[in-house]
Design a protein around this ligand. Sequence first.
Ligand code: HEM
Length: 381
Amino acid sequence: MRKICTLELFSAKRVGSFRWIREQEVANLVKTLRTAAHQGEPTVDLTDLAHKLSGSVTSKSAFGSILRGMDETFLEVAQNFGDVTAGFRTSDLYPSLTFLPALTGFKDKLEKMRLEADSIFDAIIDERRSQRSSMSSSSDGEVVEDYLLDVLLNLHENPSRLGYPLTMEVVKAVTLELFIAGIETSAKVIEWTMSEMIKHPEVMRKAQTEVREAFGEKGGDVEEASLHRLKYLDNVIKESLRLHPPGPLLLPRENRESVELCGYHVPAKTKVFVNAWTINRDPRYWSEAEAFCPERFDDRVIDYKGNDFQFIPFGAGRRICPGFDFGVEVVKLTLANLIFHFNWKLPGEMRPESLDMTERLGASVGREYALLVIPVPYHEN
Ligand code: HEM
């Protein structure tokens, strides 16, 4: 699965090919916010909007517009899977009690969810297959590779490309994994970064000045191709990921051999959780570790691709997030547009410094309370 993700689904070329989807979906979000702002009741739920945006970018990149009407159900199924399989379960605390998952109904629950996901998948795959056969008969048999599902179906139909067969079970499992792993994480990064900028108006001003200078004071389009010019926004996103990694415990691992670690004996085959949340805030590596300060990255070259172990929001090593580029592009394009086109206020008398930042544990860690904010258009159109 990892090889397919890294080489086939999330190569730089493939992620680049979905740029039009990201730009279209973000432009729709800006339109929705502008309409809300002009309708006199402008408080919007940015938590919900970020989730919808991330969901539509992922489902359009995966399936095009096949989902029609099934979006909600499919996204719900993916979210339920994520919630159920995330974090600790009672059986993790008593790993020798192998009967526990069955006793707690965990297996039955997973089985039921899998059947639900399968029936939606079968409909999607059937529809795409018939679209593909009419497309290839009208285009001299050229390989159709418009969406992620096409890439997987091509691998399924041509086993020699990978060197081993890709069953339909794996096609479905990989697709579901992308939905579980990709949607919530990117949405949470957007909501946390907006929350931190709203809570720290001086950071918001600096980031807005940068993006408005880069893309034109008078308005215009924030193009993905020029986002590399926004160095300060990069640092804001990094700082937000440091304090609010959406996957605080990474993926569980299992050690192959027994080891002595920090005075503890860890027997082989122990389930190991890595607490990235704590590592990202360790005062031995970060001065004023609890403070939100994007400037800390100005003169420190700290990578977040798992090379600097004090900062691992995408994990590290062989299990590191393969959707890194996909996620970062969505997050950066969305944030750049949100702060380019709008100034942001909190409803009522609420002051920025009193914005509640309580976390809520789920498949990924987001805000306990939805981010309710008021967009004030900065440009006329
Ligand atoms: C920007 C937001 C994202 C963050 C912060 C993030 C973070 C993570 C983390 C911490 C892990 C576990 C890594 C480890 O244990 O070492 C992970 C795994 C994974 N991520 Fe992401 N991710 C993001 C976006 C995405 C996107 C957009 C996709 C795909 C559409 C994706 C696909 C995956 C997959 C498939 C895995 C599992 C890899 C495996 O099982 O080995 N992620 N991600």
